[in-house]
Design a protein around this ligand. Structure first.
Ligand code: BES
Ligand code: ZN
Ligand code: ZN
Length: 484
């Protein structure tokens, strides 16, 4: 039988930098919005088209050397990302139109940048071009002709190697999260991590099976994964470069599908829960990029992977579960499964690897969508400097974060009466979940990234297209780089 899915990871566009336009390659040019000097009539016509210059606008020129005019608005770097994303989508549709019209398809296009565009502009544009045209479709016919190369005509290079790895990380995380759950079992996720991230120098990836998890006492992972015919896994990535001073532990929620379990979710949005391993995906993709960039920081990553399903062997509300390391949790709601698997992995990772700091990423609570909407991630941290590092790293790569409080007056709500910890005591969802996790971390500097909102999109914006966004992958790479 034919593999029903596109390859994971998919291919990124090739980026080239050049200082001249090659003949025969369709050309786009970037145009800033009219200034006061341009007067009421606005910008001068190009090939009979008057450019708007509005960021995100792409106009087609019917004749002449330039085929597309892409607006960059006020010319701020951020607008270049928007322009790049809009442009690559317009060029892809033009290519499809050309093919339909029986014309010879082009494989490359060139973008001319204004003289005053510096390294930061080039990098932002590159993010837009590399990610804005991202697609994950599964159809009978694969598109025969697609874009392969984009050539940037500029004298300012920017660090395109870094941008390329960051974009590849975001795209790989999107691929993992977009893969449907009939394919994406915990075992598939583990095998894919081994296949894609293994083989990079100084990086080893190990997949532990349910037997190993049982021997080691991963009660949370086994409870959540126990209701599914597809057994759980623990994915462990170890990046050991020479000369590293800092050791970071990254932990990602890897729920390959979340039905809610016996506390079953409503049918309406349940299909969206195939991206409930987006935190784990971001971490796997980030570690691959960190190793590819040879960053001199020791990184260990753990992704507890399980499917939260309904069956005769599902865990139940009222159960008491013993985690790795011995602490027990009173289960209140089987839909709060993310914290159950993270608790095991946090304790295991800290005990075994003795890191200097811990960062976890998870689509943990729907409440975060209410708090921050769907374009900003929540940062809970026991350490101000670490919270600041995350937010700053996000700013540099185009991901927005907002600090959330670990409110001490709510800390007692996660204390158990029958067991050590209460899993789902009610109250403000995102905060209570973070307080639960804190019980398993100890005194280490720790940041918990709740990405339930921004991990998926239903609209196109910046370099994001509907579906999984790969959110957090780029921030994590940049965060680790900040320790280099
Ligand atoms: N995976 C969900 C959280 C989620 C919701 C992510 C919407 C993305 C979009 C998580 O496992 C969950 O169901 N959490 C519950 C916790 C509650 C039962 C304490 C929630 O947020 O409702
Ligand atoms: Zn979940
Ligand atoms: Zn859930």
């Amino acid at each position: 039988m034919r593999n029903p899915l596109p390859p994971v990871p998919g291919k990124l566009l090739e980026l080239e930098v050049s200082d001249d336009v090659r003949r025969g390659t369709p050309l786009a040019t970037l145009i800033a919005a009219p200034s006061e000097e341009d007067g009421d009539a606005g910008l001068e016509e190009i090939g009979g088209v008057r450019p708007t210059g509005k960021a995100g606008d792409v106009q087609t020129v019917p004749t002449g050397g330039v085929r597309w005019l892409a607006g960059v608005g006020d010319g701020e770097p951020k607008q270049y990302r928007k322009a790049g994303a809009a442009l690559v989508r317009a060029v892809s549709s033009a290519l499809e139109e050309d093919v339909k019209a029986g014309q010879k398809a082009f494989r490359a296009f060139a973008v001319e940048l204004p003289e005053d565009a510096g390294a930061e502009h080039v990098e932002e544009l590159a993010f837009g071009l590399l990610l804005g045209g991202y697609r994950f479709t599964v159809t009978a016919e694969e598109p025969k002709q697609s874009l392969r190369t984009v050539r940037l005509i500029t004298r300012h290079g920017g660090d395109l190697e870094r941008v390329r790895e960051l974009a590849a990380a975001a795209a790989f995380a999107r691929d993992l999260a977009n893969t449907p759950s009939n394919v994406k079992t915990p075992a598939w996720l583990a095998e894919t991590a081994v296949r894609v991230a293994g083989g990079i120098p100084n990086l080893t990836v190990t997949a532990r099976d349910e037997k190993w998890l049982a021997e080691q006492g991963f009660g949370g992972v086994l409870a959540v994964g126990g209701g599914s015919a597809a057994p759980p896994r623990l994915i462990e990535l170890e990046y050991r470069p020479r000369g590293a001073k800092t050791h970071l532990l990254l932990v990602g929620k890897g729920i390959t599908f979340d039905t809610g379990g016996l506390s079953i979710k409503p049918a309406d949005g349940m299909h969206l829960m195939r991206t409930d391993m987006a935190g784990g995906a971001a971490i796997i993709a980030a570690v691959r990029a960190i190793a590819a960039l040879r960053l001199p920081v020791k990184v260990t990553a753990l992704v507890p992977a399980a499917e939260n399903h309904v069956s005769g062997s599902s865990y139940r509300p009222g159960d008491i579960v013993r985690h790795y390391g011995g602490k027990t949790t009173e289960v209140g709601n089987t839909d709060a499964e993310g914290r159950m698997v993270l608790a095991d992995a946090l304790v295991y990772g800290i005990k075994k690897h003795k890191p200097d700091a811990v960062i976890d990423a998870a689509t943990l609570t729907g409440a975060m969508k209410v708090s921050l909407g769907v374009r900003t991630g929540g940062v809970f941290a026991t350490d101000d400097a670490l919270a600041e590092r995350v937010t700053k790293a996000g700013e540099r790569v185009g991901e927005a974060w907002w600090r959330m409080p670990l409110l001490e007056d709510l800390a007692e709500t996660v204390q158990g009466s029958l067991g050590d910890v209460r899993q789902a005591p009610g109250g403000p969802g995102g905060i209570v979940a973070a307080l639960f996790l804190r019980e398993f971390v100890g005194d280490l500097p720790w940041a918990h990234l709740d990405i339930a909102g921004p991990a998926r999109a239903d609209k196109t914006y910046a370099d994001v297209v509907p579906g999984a966004t790969g959110f957090a992958a780029r921030t994590l790479v940049e965060l680790v780089a900040s320790y280099a």
